[in-house]
Design a protein around this ligand. Structure first.
Ligand code: ADP
Length: 509
């Protein structure tokens, strides 16, 4: 592997640039006009413009991206997540162009691309799936008959689904026809396919997923679970590893199930098997994501394994040196910092980031695609950055996340920072008493609670202090108390540093 082209943007593009650099491999990014000054473009060894901001005219131009790889002499392509990462045709085109695809084989993407096909494969390998059908529904009458059999509520799901699209909960027979129609329409619009099937709707489950790595030499290992139950509208907001609901025995069983699914699909590289974990401890396979995931850092923090580096190393043929016996060490939590006004219906917020103060100190990691001066637009996903912490225990990780969120200051746009702070303060979250409906249930009371530390006030004080300092710089005398300072300033015991500070009115006598 001589040079890697990164077909993505934002934090994940920068994440891959960093992995390449640590392995001594030059990296090339492609970018749209909206990202011309973005951190990932600045940090990569080379950058090539693709086109205007809309992804259909930039990050989704697979053929153009392959052509760019050829032009710049890149011999491998990393797709990140989203965009082209799970497009079978793109994985195939990269391979046919004689380039290394840093991801699973196109055939494995295809095998997992349809939820129905994935369910069928899992069942054939003794992996439990949510009770339901493995055929697309013909009509509402069939849906009603199946719902009678499993009992309400049921969930209609698009076979091609992703991002929670084409999904409808049906609580009684009267709602079936309308829900089926809506799920079909949404799926057709989003994925060009209207196949919909039925699953039993599980009440109060957790979303627990297993990270797998598979090399080209038939070794496939589980790196343990991530708990991703804190979701809003089926979108994850906070993830952690390990899960408060998983013990060593369950971890082993879920890990073995994930490895069976991955092997059955002929999987290679990094992938994730998503499961629902019911309150009674029963787990059900949902689907496999055939790419690196947003929340991969929490697994990295508790295993010490660099997943993105391993994506590159697997793609160039290296053997995995570890087994599924790895136990998590300590606790990691990730908050997705998004440009949303969380106290105002999660309204998207756009504009320029005028000021950014990053958290630091022990156990804090900041994976970000933005910096001071970045313009946040509506062209792409609202996720700006991921704040990740590690600590020996869950309670200490929560305390550390509170501290890090407290240090984080983003001015110019609204972000989810304060919302995360509220979650960290919540006693149910602190007890780990969460499931996938928890956030929606809890949202009103979360938002009504007072902001844990008075950030608004401290931000105002900081701004006032800065303004005052500027004033003093411009006119030391106007800041008051400067009369008669000339004498003092020449006192010999003052260090040059202190003298300058006094001259500028920054220190008192
Ligand atoms: P997508 O690919 O659209 O994200 P998933 O199948 O991964 O769809 O489901 C998304 C989310 O919907 C899950 O994380 C979970 O919160 C919820 N969900 C999915 N299937 C069920 C089910 N059978 N019962 C209850 N909730 C479910």
């Amino acid at each position: 592997m001589k040079k890697v082209l990164i077909a993505n943007r934002g934090e994940i593009a920068l994440r891959v640039v960093r992995a390449c650099r640590e392995l001594g491999i030059p990296s090339v990014v492609v970018y749209s006009d909206a990202d011309a000054r973005a951190p990932h473009v600045r940090e990569a060894d080379e950058a090539v413009r693709l086109g205007p901001p809309p992804s259909s005219e930039s990050y989704l131009l697979g053929d153009r991206i392959i052509a760019v790889a050829r032009e710049v002499g890149a011999d491998a392509i990393h797709p990140g997540y989203g965009f082209l990462s799970e497009r079978e045709w793109f994985a195939r085109a990269v391979r046919e162009a004689g380039l290394i695809w840093i991801g699973p084989p196109a055939e494995a993407i295809a095998a997992m691309g349809s939820k129905i096909a994935a369910r069928t494969l899992a069942l054939a390998h003794d992996v439990p799936v949510v009770p339901g059908t493995t055929e697309p529904l013909r009509d509402a009458a069939e849906a009603l008959a199946i719902a009678e059999r499993f009992g309400y509520p049921v969930l209609l799901k698009a076979a091609a689904g992703g991002g929670g699209k084409g999904m409808r909960v049906v609580r009684d027979a009267a709602a079936m026809a309308g829900a089926l129609e809506a799920a079909r329409r949404e799926s057709k619009n989003a994925f060009g396919d209207d196949a919909v099937y039925v699953e039993k709707y599980i009440e109060g489950p957790r979303h627990v997923e297993i990270q797998v790595l598979a090399d080209q030499h038939r070794r496939c290992v589980s790196l343990g679970e991530r708990e991703c139950s804190v979701q809003r509208r089926h979108q994850k907001m906070i993830e952690e590893a390990p899960s408060p609901a998983v013990n060593a025995e369950l971890r082993k069983a879920m890990g073995a199930a994930a490895v069976r699914v991955a092997k059955a699909a002929g999987y290679q590289n990094a992938g994730t098997c998503e499961f629902l974990l019911a309150p009674n401890g029963q787990f059900y396979f949902l689907e496999m994501n055939t790419r690196i995931q947003v929340e991969h850092p929490v697994t990295e923090m508790v295993t010490g394994i660099d997943l993105v580096q391993w994506q590159l190393r697997i793609a160039r043929g290296e053997r995995l040196p570890f087994t599924s016996a790895i136990e998590p060490r300590g606790w990691a939590i990730e908050c997705r910092i998004t440009s949303e006004d969380t106290s105002n219906g999660f309204l998207p917020s756009t504009g320029r980031i005028d000021y950014l103060r990053l958290p630091g100190g022990p156990g804090v990691r900041w994976d970000s695609g933005v910096g001071t001066g970045s313009e946040v637009t509506l062209f792409y996903d609202p996720m700006l950055a991921k704040l990740i912490v590690w600590a020996p225990t869950r309670a200490e990780a929560i305390a550390r996340m509170r501290r890090a969120l407290d240090e984080l200051t983003i001015q110019g746009i609204e972000t989810s920072r304060e919302f995360h702070l509220r979650v960290m303060e919540d006693d149910e979250f602190q007890r780990g008493a969460i499931d996938i409906q928890w956030l929606e249930r809890r949202l009103d009371s979360l938002l009504a609670a007072p902001v844990p530390r008075d950030q608004v006030e401290s931000a105002a004080i900081a701004a006032a202090l800065l303004a005052d300092r500027d004033r003093r710089r411009r006119s030391p005398r106007a800041a008051g108390g400067a009369a008669g300072k000339a004498d003092e300033l020449s006192r010999p015991e003052l260090s040059p540093w202190a003298r300058l500070a006094r001259q500028q009115g920054l220190r008192d006598a």
